[in-house]
Design a protein around this ligand. Sequence first.
Ligand SMILES: [Zn+2]
Ligand SMILES: [Zn+2]
Length: 299
Amino acid sequence: MDLKRIDAAIASYARSGDQDLADRLNFFRGIWEIQNQYAQKAAGLSCCPSVEDLKQWYWSGEILLGKVSYEVAVDELAQIAADIAQYLVEQGSFDDDVMQTFKRLDWVAFLGTTDIALATKRPVDYLDSVIEVLKDNDALVRDDFIIVVLSLALRAVLDPVAHQLLDPIKKQVIKESVDRTKLTCCPVCGGKPAIAVVGKTEANSGNTRTMWCSQCGTSWDYERLGCPHCFTHNQEHLHYVNIDGDETHRLYYCDECQGFLRTTFDVAEIPSRNDVPLSFEVEDVVMAPLNLVAEEILN
Ligand SMILES: [Zn+2]
Ligand SMILES: [Zn+2]
């Protein structure tokens, strides 16, 4: 995680004078701090697959984490989750049932009842399996918050490994001109893209759409045009909306599959973006209100 970039982006947005946004970013800054602390301590992979293998798996759409042997101990994941839950409780702005849930929860005992080996192989499936475990536990009333905290804790464990797996091939795969429609989900962990960015990136000077996975922090190139969920290129079925005339943050949606993607643009695309440095984490929070817009459109 790049806390320097996060802080630069937060400082930039602060100059807009939007106090509500500043408060939300400040709240998440505390979570990123905890995640970053543990990400730096995480063991990572002891040895990495060859570049050839990585590229082959990447293009065939196989989840890279499933190809390596990487495990997290129950105690380790439980400690990160407990720290994040503690931070949420200290912030104090949640309902009583959320507070009670976290106070009652023994993370080590609870995570011991889950399929922990799956957590670092297929995190999306792991979180789904934890939802099933929670259905049998009536004492923990706020399942949704437990899943959110667990997902945030997993990010700290997966982040360094995501870099180990993708950094060696990132610049190469960006240059290859092949069909990218297999890359609708994160190549490292299989998560759905949280947001997209159109424009240049650190690894790419061209005009592309970069997807970002909030579960492991991976960003990857995707086709610039078309729906990333059903692949339609029918422009009449693809639309976007934004809030209060803010052209730099848009919710794209597709009539054919009801799919959504929150998207932002770099400076070269939209000069009014000014000097805000691109941080995927920060943009994810900035574009959170567009999730409500998506719900309204769906209903
Ligand atoms: Zn991912
Ligand atoms: Zn679609």
